[in-house]
Design a protein around this ligand. Structure first.
Ligand code: ADP
Ligand code: MG
Length: 397
């Protein structure tokens, strides 16, 4: 078990922005986490990755206000940083460009606040693991599976958890024979279908297709965001329900179940983040029903499956599972897993009796537990293999 004292003396880098279409949402999550951690008295450094992959670390970017309006010019005036990937003792060094020796920040704990590819997908988690720096949230493998809607569905199948029938469309194959693929979709899944980039989020690139004539545009839109696309049967008369799970490395907490309301074809980007300040950030309360007014049996099922996925995927910190419930037939489908819910879904935790500082504390502790466990992996193995290796024979091959 780890305590907050283990983390209190560490410099925590909150990493946000990044090279995914969810860049802006990550800025919101990152700044939210920074502000809340500061309130907790923790030592926090803002680490922003621009759309072009440039790294910044400056007190000026530690506030959401910096990013409101036209911030590109202000950003250009800030010094760029690079990651000093030399040998390091459980820390990641950020080095200001052009200044030798000075302008260095050692990050001793990473809090990834990225959404989508290049951050929520195991890549930054891999960076942390490689440099043996403790970090919060799900690890490499959980993140890599959850970011991919196809791999997630394969896990759901393996666990006998109902999910909608689907087909995978790869760009290379679609380019070779669009007609045949569209026919296959129509013949096997019927209409309506949902067409989605396999590894996107925030409803970006997703279309509900009701007529064959619209299938091509929907596929091309999804393929624009990802060369791998999932096409799945639509759940009609749908209730969009979701449930979050949280762990500090010891105990697991399950949130209340939330229903998200919308009038369009889907819970889209606009309802999620724009209207009334956004439902996904907890602002547009009129679009959120907590606890969801679904049957006690469905509520129990949603909570059980969410917990099962957290443990089976060996998650850390938090994740959120989205479900689709057909209100007419009562069929419940697990839809997708999010390993970094926007703004950590603090509004749902609050309604579930857990304040954001506790959410953060638990995530930080669980990351520390994982790091402590990793110290128990040994890499020493006495061997004569190099002494015995024969270069000439190896080359003859
Ligand atoms: N098979 C489906 N049937 C009905 N609605 C769906 C289906 N798939 C997605 N949706 C709608 O689209 C929204 C976004 O889809 P989702 O798979 O959760 O992607 P994202 O990762 O972008 O949140 C869902 O919240 C739901 O409103
Ligand atoms: Mg979703």
């Amino acid at each position: 078990m780890s305590t907050l004292e283990d983390i209190q003396d560490k410099t925590i880098g909150v990493f946000f922005g990044g090279q995914s279409p969810e860049h802006e949402i990550s800025i919101i999550t990152g700044e939210f986490v920074i502000a809340e951690m500061k309130k907790m008295g923790l030592t926090v450094v803002a680490v922003y990755v621009g759309r072009d992959g440039a790294w910044y670390s400056d007190e000026k970017i530690a506030k959401l206000a910096f990013f409101k309006g036209e911030y590109k010019k202000a950003l250009a005036e800030l010094p760029e940083y690079y990651l000093n990937l030399g040998r390091s003792e459980y820390k990641l060094a950020l080095q200001q460009k052009g200044i030798f020796g000075a302008g260095k920040t050692n990050i001793e704990y990473i809090f990834p606040a990225f959404h989508g590819l290049y951050g929520e997908d195991g890549t930054v988690q891999g960076l942390a693991e490689f440099f043996q720096v403790p970090y919060a949230g799900c690890g490499i493998y959980t993140s890599a599976i959850a970011v991919d809607k196809v791999l997630t569905k394969r896990v759901l199948h393996a666990l006998d958890i109902p999910t909608t029938d689907f087909l995978v469309v790869q760009k290379q194959e679609y380019d070779k024979g669009a007609d045949a693929i569209e026919k296959q979709i129509h013949d096997t899944l019927g209409l309506p279908v949902f067409v989605k980039p396999a590894r996107s989020g925030s409803s970006i690139g997703i279309t509900k297709v009701k007529e064959v004539k619209d299938l091509r545009d929907a596929l091309n839109l999804a393929l624009y965001y990802d060369p791998k696309v999932v096409v799945e049967q639509s759940v009609e008369d749908v209730a969009d329900v979701t449930c979050a799970v949280l762990s500090d490395g010891e105990g697991i907490h399950i949130s209340e179940v939330q229903e998200s309301l919308f009038t369009a074809d889907l819970f889209d980007y606009s309802v999620k983040y724009l209207e009334d300040g956004g439902a996904q950030t907890g602002n547009a309360e009129s679009n959120l029903v907590i606890p969801a007014t679904i049957s006690p049996e469905h509520t129990a099922q949603v909570k059980d499956i969410s917990k099962q996925l957290f443990t089976t995927l060996e998650a850390n910190g938090t994740l959120r599972v989205d479900f689709l419930l057909n209100k007419k037939t009562g069929e419940l489908f697990a839809n997708e897993v999010n390993t970094l819910p926007g703004t950590l879904y603090h509004h749902l935790w609050k309604k579930s009796g857990i304040d954001i500082n506790v959410v953060l504390e638990m995530m930080l502790k669980d990351g520390m537990c994982r790091w402590n466990e990793s110290r128990e992996i040994h890499d020493d193995y006495a061997t004569e293999v190099l002494t015995n290796a024969n270069q000439a024979k190896l080359q003859q091959g």
